[in-house]
Design a binder for this molecule. Structure first.
Ligand code: ADP
Ligand code: MG
Length: 263
């Protein structure tokens, strides 16, 4: 009887307190490497579907901040919640689920060199998402189409430009249907003429329902697509503001100094 009541109330909980997919919350999140504290008691809430640009000087903790969200790094103290659930203790299947929901796009693309563009995308679809080979191929071709590379399906990474490789990497991330995508300076390794095509793909994802957290030095891009700009320095969030406010009237002296250098 009691067990019945209990399971009923658990079953009702999601309706009573709907958790929106794609939310991230940092609660006094700190990260140290040995004695070196690289993030200091970060508090941050990201809404579902929001587009956040993270900027700040080199070594300020930007990569660490986003790597903590999908547990590429582990917290020293505090907590990070994804979709309202604490993530610091996740292991095994739950951790794999988190990583599926939270995609990550690296500066260096990280494609498999021995697989062509299509196979880079179908691999996870068949191995992790249980799709048949035919289904996986169909989805992968649609995703390549979406990033403008359907005609490059059979090309290996070495046969693609940096910009094309990064677009394949984004397509591969999308294959998992993530609620959140984290980008760590996705255009920093690219020649200038290739940056635009990658930013264009990212723009097409903004406000499509997926939460985007983008570490970037592309200030014009941040200005155009971000809902909020976060400026970190020395492991702390020194300022968060709309792009309009941040770029026209930064409040923190260090944010002003940073913008003078990069703009
Ligand atoms: P950013 O991405 O803003 O350049 P990072 O988050 O990569 O900064 O690094 C923040 C600080 O943490 C830097 O001082 C960096 O040297 C240090 N750091 C990053 N990763 C490690 C690591 N694996 N071991 C030790 N120190 C690290
Ligand atoms: Mg970095």
């Amino acid at each position: 009887m009691l067990a019945g009541l209990f399971s009923t109330s658990v079953a009702q909980a999601p309706e009573a307190f709907p958790v929106q997919k794609g939310t991230v919350e940092f609660r006094k999140a700190s990260k140290s490497y040995g004695d070196h504290r690289v993030l200091n008691a970060i508090d941050l809430q990201v809404a579902s579907g929001e587009v956040i640009a993270v900027c700040g000087p080199s070594g300020s903790g930007k990569s660490t901040l986003i790597r903590l969200i999908n547990q590429l790094e582990t917290l020293t103290s505090g907590e990070i919640l994804v979709d309202g659930k604490p993530t610091s203790q996740l292991k095994g299947r739950e951790l794999r689920n988190l990583r599926r929901q939270v995609g990550f796009v690296f500066q260096q693309f990280n494609l498999y060199a021995h697989l062509n563009a299509l196979e880079n995308i179908t691999l996870a679809l068949t191995r992790i998402h249980g799709k048949s080979a035919a289904e996986a191929k169909k989805i992968a071709l649609e995703l390549l189409e979406r990033v403008g590379l359907r005609d490059k399906a059979n090309h290996y990474p070495a046969q693609l430009s940096g910009g094309q490789q990064q677009r394949v990497a984004i397509a591969r991330t999308l294959a998992a249907e993530p609620h959140i995508i984290l980008f760590d300076e996705p255009t920093s390794a690219l020649d200038p003429e290739m940056i635009g095509e990658v930013l264009q793909v990212m723009k097409s994802l903004a406000h499509s329902g997926i939460t985007l957290i983008v570490v970037t030095h592309e200030m014009q891009f941040a200005r155009e697509i971000a809902d909020r700009v976060i400026f970190i320095d020395g492991g702390e969030i020194l300022e968060q503001a709309t792009p309009e406010a941040f770029f026209t009237a930064p409040q923190h002296p260090r944010a002003r100094r940073f913008l003078q250098k990069v703009l």
